[in-house]
Design a protein around this ligand. Structure first.
Ligand code: GDP
Length: 358
């Protein structure tokens, strides 16, 4: 499944956040046969629609979609030159599908900042610069090789040209993801460039900032269109030890109405380009994760590969229509249940029953 790699300068709260994510780990409880990697934190994507479905269908349990975060060793200035954990860091980050940068906004004289000051935007730039430099290094080597290959094989010309274009964009200080409409990124896939991955920013803040909408909007606008999440990593970690009522009370003390991990799960899901569809029955109401733009057979394949291979059709009702009708039978009677074929592109919130041959 797709993962977000957690990066950030030292002492910004990465471990604290990761702690919260692993304490929250839902995999063990809900997916007993899944293997749990020590450096992966899995959180549920909150989805109140599942509760409603469970009511309608009398489901015994609810299985939300999940989002996975991988803990990646710290990055420091000079990482691209192999300083600190440089190379290991770069190898780990290549495996992630998106980059989740934790940025320190909290002030605390007891927690040393590597550069001696709390400056979120400067920190973001440090990390971005390191990733850009790492990509330029990769490209320096690749461009010569690709040029040679293109001389012998015309099919390689497009890749060689894209690599050169990527060099120019990175040289001008831009990440490749931010230029995804100007350059054919899929052509560069084989080079595993770091800045082709989407970014998500987690601003680790204290109450003063969490309740300051102007400050949050300012930071949000600096990183847009990337997603921005504001939370207090320490509080998020503490929340995991509490029952729901006490957790809500603790959140209220920092002016919050829901756990930051919920916003993080949503933003992570969005950043990875994912969406869900729903299935429901007396056994369970469940959200399934697919890529935006996936067809019905592809979606069926997430449940079981046989479902994709033997796909016949999908019986689909939108969540809203189903709830308005009150039951599947009523939705059918109202003509709200559709039969969709192989070409159908899934919509978020489709409640689905697949028909297939085995
Ligand atoms: P990492 O190096 O990025 O993994 O940072 P850590 O998670 O180890 O945090 C560094 C220090 O900052 C620890 O002493 C944490 O307790 C503290 N810390 C983390 N998050 C917060 C926060 O939101 N507020 C405050 N005041 N301290 C924090």
């Amino acid at each position: 499944s797709l993962t977000l790699g957690i990066v950030g300068l030292p002492n910004v709260g990465k471990s604290t956040l990761f702690n919260a994510l692993t304490k929250n780990n839902v995999v063990a409880a809900n997916y007993p046969f899944a293997t749990i990697e020590p450096n992966v934190g899995v959180v549920e994507l909150p989805d109140s629609r599942l509760n409603k479905l469970a009511e309608i269908f009398g489901s015994q349990r609810i299985l939300p979609a999940t989002v996975s975060f991988v803990d990646i060793a710290g990055i420091v200035k000079g990482a691209s030159e192999g300083a600190g954990l440089g190379n290991k860091f770069l190898a780990n980050i290549r495996e992630a599908d998106a980059i989740c940068q934790v940025v320190r906004v909290f002030t605390d004289d007891d927690v040393v900042h590597v550069d001696g000051r709390v400056d979120p935007l400067a920190d973001i730039e440090v990390i971005e610069t390191e990733l850009i430099l790492a990509d330029l290094q990769t490209l320096d080597k690749a461009v010569l090789r690709l040029d040679k290959e293109a001389k012998n094989n015309k099919d390689r010309r497009a890749v060689a040209d894209a690599a050169k274009q990527a060099q120019e964009l990175l040289d001008s200080g831009k990440t490749l993801y931010s230029q995804k409409n100007n350059i054919d990124l899929p052509l560069l896939k084989e080079l595993q460039l770091l800045t082709t991955k989407p970014f998500l920013y987690v601003f680790n803040a204290d109450e003063g900032v969490l309740t300051d909408e102007d400050r949050k909007n300012e930071l949000r606008s600096k990183v847009a269109p990337a997603e921005a999440v504001f939370l207090d990593a320490k509080v998020e970690s503490d929340l995991q030890e509490l029952d729901e009522e006490s957790a809500m009370e603790l959140l209220e003390t920092i002016g919050q109405t829901e756990p930051g991990l919920h916003s993080l799960a949503r933003a992570g899901f969005e950043t990875l380009g994912l969406q869900t569809y729903l299935t429901a029955g007396p056994k369970e109401s469940r959200a399934w994760t697919i890529k935006r733009g996936d067809t019905a057979p592809k979606a069926a394949g997430v449940i079981h590969t046989d479902f994709e291979r033997g796909f016949i059709k999908a019986e689909i009702v939108s969540f809203d229509d189903l709830v308005a009708a009150g039951s599947m039978a009523a939705a059918k009677a109202a003509g709200k249940v559709r039969m969709e074929g192989k070409e159908y592109i899934m919509t978020d919130g489709d409640v689905v029953d697949f028909r297939f041959n085995v």
